[in-house]
Write a protein that binds this ligand. Structure first.
Ligand SMILES: C[S@@+](CC[C@H](N)C(=O)[O-])C[C@H]1O[C@@H](n2cnc3c(N)ncnc32)[C@H](O)[C@@H]1O
Length: 212
């Protein structure tokens, strides 16, 4: 993933962000040691930002599409109240096994339910209402995830999508993933059901707030 921000400036921002606790440091190190695409994991700035959004929105019901080894799920779960709940979707059993170990270690892990299988199939089984959705799975399905989740989202709920600037490839799209991310951004931007902001945090984050 290409960086938009100068590495030294990003390091400054990281050093002025609530630091990772030991569990997240170990989760990150293990992910980088054993997983093929470890940079898929959110970093501490994005993780803390997701956590802040959960706290500020008062979300109690979260759906995550794309759990990987569990970093973002656990960050968000930490900010949920005791009766809050997060469902996280994943297809990779190796990532799941790592996530399960770290969830078991955390006092917040029992707020998370892992649903293995294609996320679109899992969404079909959910009734809602959801307070917050974090889209971070396969890019070609971003628009499908958005359309499937929006009806389940409460008024005033938030959809957050990661990687919406796609290392800058959105300005000169070439392959299917590039075009899918461009189409997703266009879909949200033209959707009267939401208010949205496209942020340059890390690889780009789209926030779409559902109007009443
Ligand atoms: C970018 S990573 C998620 C990173 C994670 N949010 C984190 O911060 O650690 C995307 C994940 O989506 C999963 N994935 C891809 N296609 C999927 C699908 N159709 N349904 C569910 N998960 C999928 C991949 O296996 C991968 O682990």
């Amino acid at each position: 993933m290409d960086r938009f921000i100068d590495a030294a400036v990003e390091q400054f921002a990281r050093s002025h962000t609530e630091p990772e606790t030991d569990l997240y440091v170990r989760l990150r190190e293990e992910t980088y040691r054993v997983m093929q695409w470890p940079e898929m994991q959110v970093d501490v700035i994005e993780g803390r930002f997701l956590q802040m959004l959960v706290r500020l929105s008062g979300a109690k019901s979260i759906l995550e599409l794309g759990m990987f080894t569990g970093y973002s799920a656990l960050m968000m779960a930490e900010a949920l109240p005791d009766d809050g709940h997060l469902i996280s979707c994943e297809i990779d059993g190796k990532a799941e096994a790592i996530a399960r170990r770290y969830f078991a270690e955390s006092p917040h892990g029992d707020k998370i339910t892992i649903r293995m299988g294609a996320a679109l199939d899992t969404i079909k089984t959910l009734a809602g209402p959801l307070d917050l959705v974090f889209i971070d799975a396969d890019k070609v399905n971003y628009s499908n995830y958005y359309e499937a989740c929006l009806p389940l989202l409460k008024s005033g709920g938030l959809i957050i999508a990661d990687n919406v600037l796609w290392s800058g490839k959105v300005v000169d799209p070439k392959d299917a993933d590039d075009h899918a991310i461009v189409a997703f951004n266009r879909l949200v931007q033209s959707d009267p059901r939401v208010e949205n902001v496209c942020l340059t945090v890390r690889d780009g984050m789209m926030l779409a707030w559902r109007r009443s």
